[in-house]
Structures are given as C-alpha cells and as structure tokens.
Ligand binder design. Structure first.
Ligand code: MG
Length: 248
C-alpha cells in the first residue's frame, strides 16, 4: 500500500470515489428485470467515459468488460453477457475507476423487483458487515480488526464469509498491498495509520463459504448454489477516523 503523501492526493482520490459512486447510483436507478448483464456493462462504460475517467477493470489481467456483474449464486467477477436479469434476482455490480491515476473500487448488491426475504436478509447483513468493518479502519487498530468484525457479524446471522477472495490496498493502483481478508482473529496484520487507503469488500454466502471458478476462468460461484452478496467501499484512514470515498 502506498500511503497518501499530501492533502492533494486525498482530494483527487475523493473525486475518483465520487465519480464511481455517481456511476453506481445511475446504474442502480436503471437496473430492472429484462435487461441483460451486458446492458449494465455498456451503460457503466458510457457513464465512466462521460465523467472523464477510465474503467479500471477493463483489460485488467485480461478481464474483458468494464463492470463485473454477478447474479444470484455468482459471487464475484461475473462477465457481462446475454444473461437476462429476472424479477427476484439479486445482482452484484463491482466497478473500478481510474481518475487521473487515482483508483477507487466499489461494489453493491441490488434486489430486482420483488425478492425473497432470505435474499433481502443476505443483502442487509452483507451491507451492514461492510459498515462494521469500515468502523474498524482507524489509526491504532490492526488490519484484521476489520476482518474479525465482518466475520463475527456475518456468522452470527447464519451466513458464511468467502475465503478465496479478499479486499486490498488501493490508490495509486487498483490492487495494492495488503490483502484484507473478511475472516480471522482480531489484532494481526499491519497497524493502521493515517494516509492508508483500503478497498474493504465482504463477500457473503447464504450457504457454505466454498466456491469454484467457472470455465471462463473468471466467474466465481458458490459451490452449493446458494445466493451470494458483495459490498465494497474505498476507505481512507485519517486521524479523524475512516473516510468513505465512494459514498455520496
Ligand atoms: Mg476490489
């Protein structure tokens, strides 16, 4: 992780995060049954371009699209395509933005139309687990204080935390050190300091935590076919506490 060097860096990262949050809000407004996952990708690419930013995922390690769109049992890295989004689905949208060399990363899981109570609860617990993790992102805490708070909360609701994918440092590049697991004991890893920037991103399954990656080499799905939810924010650690850069 490359810590922020100046107030100007924080200002630019805030702008990157704001652009991303605005794009995400527009996608949320447009999401409806009958769209394809590709439609969401095309729209996100247009919105990012109109904001004078670049889509950070496109071409990253060969990823072929601008957005990761993961439906129901898909956990992360869903490749947009002809799949039609249906009423009752939950759709995770994960996007990254590069604004003048400043990177931000964000994900949300959204219900489409009327969704089962079980899926809604999964979404609520996943979103709240991120909020709890963010609260731990302050100077003087250890990195895995974030991890532990997420896991304890999620498991207290009977859901599980994905092990294979984790959060990460961010800022001057999309993925920086350290990895941020969403599980584990508190009190380990680097001591958190002013100027660090983290992408915290719990991925939560309704069933077991195990996953497998599909033949396309990207899309991760739950092994037992249960639904999965994913929330992510880019967070700067400051002496005043965590500042969520991807929240409007
Ligand atoms: Mg990320």
């Amino acid at each position: 992780m490359i810590p922020l060097k100046s107030p100007e860096d924080l200002k630019m990262l805030k702008r990157s995060g704001e652009i991303l949050a605005q794009v995400m809000q527009r996608l949320q407004e447009r999401l409806r049954a009958g769209m394809t996952t590709q439609d969401l990708d095309v729209l996100s690419e247009e919105l990012i371009r109109d904001s004078k930013a670049l889509a950070a995922f496109k071409g990253y390690k060969g990823f072929p699209a601008c957005a990761c769109v993961s439906v129901n049992e898909e956990i992360v890295h869903g490749i947009p395509g002809p799949r039609v989004i249906l009423e009752g689905d939950i759709v995770s949208i994960d996007l990254g933005v590069n604004y003048a060399g400043y990177f931000s990363d964000m994900a949300v899981t959204l219900p489409v139309g009327k969704v089962s109570d079980d899926k809604l609860k999964l979404i609520t617990v996943a979103r709240e687990s991120l909020n709890l993790g963010i609260k731990q992102a302050k100077p003087g805490n250890y990195l895995t204080d974030i991890s532990h708070s997420i896991q304890s909360f999620v498991e207290s609701h009977g859901f599980s935390v994905v092990r294979q994918f984790v959060g990460h440092g961010i800022g001057a590049a999309l993925h920086e050190e350290p990895e941020i697991p969403n599980f584990g004991s508190a009190g380990f890893g680097p001591l958190l300091k002013n100027g660090m920037v983290l992408a915290i991103e719990p991925m939560i399954n309704a069933g077991g935590w195990e996953c497998r990656v599909e033949k396309n080499g990207w899309t991760a799905v739950t092994k037992d076919g249960s639904a999965s939810a994913h929330f992510e924010h880019t967070v700067a650690i400051t002496d005043q506490g965590p500042v969520v850069l991807t929240r409007l």
